[in-house]
Design a protein around this ligand. Structure first.
Ligand code: GLU
Length: 304
């Protein structure tokens, strides 16, 4: 498969479509991003690395980082983790509180905000220096040190984080948060503030295409079964209320963020990342979704 040619063809095509999305203005700093950015990068397990457009520029990865925190919590806790949250698609928006009341504070899955807040609580309880330990876990997934927190983004989100604050307190009222909500939220907002480029993101996520093992130094980050399960969760819950649509049209495991980034995995083949900041009405990158749909169509490769 000549991924370089496919990416060039699809990038050109998708770049010309009329873009209907909007920036994520609910986080003030995200409203300041240049809406015309468009980058893509692929890393394959056979060591093809190729990027186009703004692929080497850092952006706010937002909820894509929820995969990293989940992987670390899963590595530490094993299957016990699933007593704190579910593995079902929510069918609701990423920041919805509706199901929590009926579900008694057990979030539907780790990728809605409620689930990522519970994972943040688990990491706070388990790690000595949660912020530093998470960062070194992520950096250990590939040989680049580039990914980092952004104080500007986390402060910006903290200043308007009323819904996440409500959510954390609500879950605490059911007993599913162990630590003080302020501390959990602080860690959660820092997690969401991580910045990376398409190039480094596809390198960092390659272990999920490689049965849980890093390609460069063969470190087993997750067991084969855990890696399969993370991919299954990305496949079924990675795009909020548009996860079914992503499976239907793209057919990869993936995770989006409101910064306009998407990471997608074809197990045993590649990790591919796309960044285009304007979002569709479900909160996923408008062009990113189109790019990946076209990419799996032209390459004729997908999970299904
Ligand atoms: N920091 C964002 C929030 O909590 C993450 C949302 C996302 O990227 O889906 O609202």
């Amino acid at each position: 498969m000549n991924y370089k040619e496919v990416i060039e063809e699809v990038y050109k095509k998708v770049n010309t479509i009329e873009e209907k999305g909007e920036l994520a203005t609910y986080i003030p700093e995200l409203a300041r991003v240049d809406p015309n950015k468009f980058g893509v990068h692929i890393s394959t397990i056979s060591d093809v690395n190729f990027g186009l457009g703004d692929f080497d520029e850092k952006f706010s990865i937002q909820s894509i980082s929820k995969v990293f925190s989940l992987c670390l919590a899963y590595k530490i806790m094993g299957e016990n983790i699933w007593s704190r949250l579910g593995v079902e698609p929510s069918g609701t928006g990423f920041n919805s509180l509706i199901q929590l009341e009926n579900d008694k504070g057990i979030p539907r899955n780790p990728f809605v905000n409620a689930g990522a807040i519970v994972i943040s609580d688990i990491l706070l309880s388990q790690l000595e220096n949660p912020k530093e330990d998470l960062l070194s876990f992520i950096r250990g997934l590939s040989n680049n040190q580039e990914i980092n927190y952004s104080a500007t983004i986390s402060n910006s989100e903290k200043s308007v984080g009323y819904r996440n604050i409500a959510m954390c307190n609500f879950i605490k009222s059911f007993g599913n948060i162990e630590n003080e909500p302020d501390k959990v939220l602080d860690f959660y907002f820092d997690l969401c503030s991580l910045e990376s480029s398409c190039e480094h993101l596809s390198e960092l996520f390659l272990f999920l295409a490689n049965n849980g093992k890093t390609r460069l130094d063969g470190k087993q980050i997750l067991t084969k079964s855990q890696s399969k399960r993370i991919n299954a969760l990305m496949q079924t819950c990675g795009f909020y209320d548009e996860s079914g649509e992503f499976a239907f049209k793209v057919g990869l495991a993936g995770k989006s963020g409101v910064g306009g980034g998407i990471i997608a995995i074809l197990p045993n083949h590649y990790a591919i990342s796309v960044w285009s900041p304007k979002l569709n009405e479900k909160g996923n990158s408008y062009k990113g979704m189109k790019f990946l749909e076209e990419f799996t169509t032209v390459s004729q490769q997908s999970i299904f």
